[in-house]
Every structure is written in C-alpha cells, then in structure tokens.
Write a protein that binds this ligand. Structure first.
Ligand code: SF4
Ligand code: SF4
Length: 337
C-alpha cells in the first residue's frame, strides 16, 4: 500500500487503458481517470486508484451490541460503532441513504486516522468496534489498518456481503463477528431493489461461515417484496443446509423510508410467521426485530429449551449461561462470551 501526499492507495485493482478495474467487489467497476467507482469510495487518479473514503468518518456512537443485531456475541456488551460513506448497493429502502448514497465528498465527514479511531474507542472504554451504518467492506484499507494497530480490539462488520473472495478472506482474518444482511431470496429482488446479485451474497456468507467468524443474519421483511412463505422457507432451508441450524437469524420489520415510502410497515404477525417457518425448518435461534416481543427475542437452549438470555428491547439479562454452556443442561451453545 502506497501513501502518497496522504492519498491511500486502494487494494485489489488493475490498470486498464483508460483507468483501472477495481476488484474489491463483484461489480468490478472500470473507473476512468478522474472518476469514482459505483460505491463512491474509490477514485481513479493518474498514478493510482485511491481509497478515497479512507478515514472519512460520518458517524460515531456507543451502542448495545444487540443493536447490530448480534444476540450471540458477548450478550449485553456495548460496542463503539463507526460509519463511513458510500455503499456498493443501491437499496431503494436504505435508511442510511444520507451516508450511503451520496457520492463521496458531499457528505460532511471528519477525518480520523486509524490510530485516532483506536484511541477514541479505547477512551470510551470499548473493546469491540463495529463498522456499520454504511457498507464497511468498501472501507477495506481503513479497517485492516485499525485491526493491525490494535489486534486486541474485537472487530465487528455489519455488511451486505457484497465482497470479492480475496478481500473477504482478509477481512475474515481480522473480524471476530459479522452480521450479514440477506435482503431477499430471489435474484430478481436483489437486482430490482438493491442493484446486486443474490448468488454473490450467498457465496460470501458461506465463506464467512467456513472461515469460522461468528455469523448472524438479518432478513428485513418487506411486505409484497420478499415476504412470501415460500421465499422465507427457501431462505431458512439454505441457512440450515449450507450454514448451520445454529446460526442466529433475525427477521426484522420494514418501515417506510427513502424511495419506498409507499410500502407499509411489516405487520408484526408477518415476522412472527417468518420465525415460525424458521423454527419449523429446524433453525435453533430465530428472532424478530423492530418490534417488542415477550418471548421471540429470548435465547433458548436448543437441547433443554430453558431460557438462557432474556431480552426486552435492549434490556438484556443473561440468566442461564455458564460461559457458552447452558447452565441447566450443559449444552455447548453458539454463543461467544
Ligand atoms: S468496491 Fe466500489 S469501485 Fe470497487 S468494484 Fe465495488 S462498487 Fe466498484
Ligand atoms: S446495503 Fe445497506 S447501506 Fe447499502 S444501500 Fe443497502 S441498506 Fe443502504
């Protein structure tokens, strides 16, 4: 990686006649000199492809880890959440469009060197740093540098999973946990609503699982778009068969936003039905999000059925865990503590 006049050279690109080809994600943008890639995070200068969004921070916040959502990764912990700018998807329902959709440079950001970000996180007393809000994988160089500077920091990525294999493997080598959005289970939905392909995201998700990174999945249920029982069942069967029945799945309610203000909130009954389908398929940990639930957000031991973590919103009570084992029956659970 070259640092020239404080410009950071992007990783994963090759030269073309008129500029560069970026290999960070499956879009494989061909970027002409003076232009930006689709995500807004890479700029083609004459001498190199620049990681333009490096260090440009749009959002900083201390959050409950459950908000990511991660329910099986240090339950009840807090994390230092950091967002940048840009995204390699174009979701019509994006809630964070102010930071994800603007071409870089238009959104107000502050520049934080990686060592400054590490110091900030430590000063807040946080051991977990979550790259979230916009798509973190397009911040590849920045995240890798933060991880290099403080290997003791636990790294969380909340991602859409649209990353090429080689950078993904590198990110897996530094990440402790990921929450990947599975936005629907048809390619048509991905193409029409998100500007990407389902197969690319599924392939990445399987890679993350195979690499042993703690993995949870979020499926935002949008009425009339990705909520048919058949589609939900096929998604749950894929989780069970291609990943593991113990991977936690979060079905969350859509609320009208961005270009989809004409679509209604997801009825609570719909996410409850999705949960029932998941449990019926044999998934062990299925949760609902963006709604308060008495029981659907608790964690149960898959062997004896006892509650091990109680939740009401972000109120979290670890009531039945001994390390990562159920304290009632001793079952080893997919929970990092
Ligand atoms: S990371 Fe950005 S510039 Fe690179 S291929 Fe993907 S969308 Fe294009
Ligand atoms: S992937 Fe996430 S940040 Fe990117 S456009 Fe979609 S919802 Fe927004």
């Amino acid at each position: 990686m070259a640092i020239i006049n404080e410009r950071i050279e992007a990783a994963f690109y090759s030269r073309t006649d008129e500029g560069y080809m970026c290999g960070l994600c499956p879009h494989g943008c061909r970027i002409r000199f003076g232009e930006y890639g689709l995500c807004g995070s890479r700029r083609a200068d004459e001498d190199m492809l620049v990681a333009y969004s490096y260090g440009r921070v749009s959002s900083l916040c201390v959050d409950p880890i459950e908000k990511k959502p991660l329910f099986h990764f240090h339950p009840h912990a807090r994390c230092f959440s950091v967002g940048g700018i840009g995204c390699n998807m174009r979701c019509r329902h994006c809630q964070n469009y102010a930071i994800s959709m603007l071409s870089s440079g238009k959104k107000r950001t502050t520049y934080e060197r990686p060592d400054e970000l590490v110091d900030l996180s430590r000063r807040e007393g946080q051991n977990i740093i979550a790259f979230t809000y916009n798509e973190p994988s397009i911040w590849y160089e920045y995240i890798m540098e933060v991880a290099r500077l403080d290997p003791e920091l636990e790294i969380v990525l909340v991602t859409n999973g649209l990353v090429s294999r080689e950078p993904l493997l590198k990110l897996c080598s530094v990440a402790d946990a990921m929450n990947i959005d599975i936005k629907g289970f048809t390619d048509g939905f991905y193409v029409d609503v998100c500007g990407a392909h389902l197969a690319d995201v599924l392939r990445s998700t399987e890679t993350v699982f195979q690499q042993g990174v703690h993995l949870e999945l979020t499926y935002l249920v949008i009425p009339g778009y990705n909520d048919s029982e058949d589609e939900i069942r096929r998604f749950c069967e894929w989780v069970r068969d291609s990943l593991s029945p113990t991977v936690p799945v979060h079905f969350t309610r859509f609320h009208p936003d961005n270009e989809m203000t004409d679509v209604q909130w997801t009825p609570v009954e719909t996410v409850m039905t999705c949960r029932d389908i998941g449990l019926g398929c044999g998934l062990k940990h299925v949760y609902v999000g963006n709604t308060l639930s008495d029981e659907a957000d608790d964690t149960y031991c898959p062997d004896c059925g006892e509650v091990v973590v109680r939740r009401l919103g972000y109120l979290v009570d670890v009531v039945g865990l001994d390390g990562s084992r159920c304290s009632h029956c001793g079952c080893e659970m997919n929970i990092i503590r």
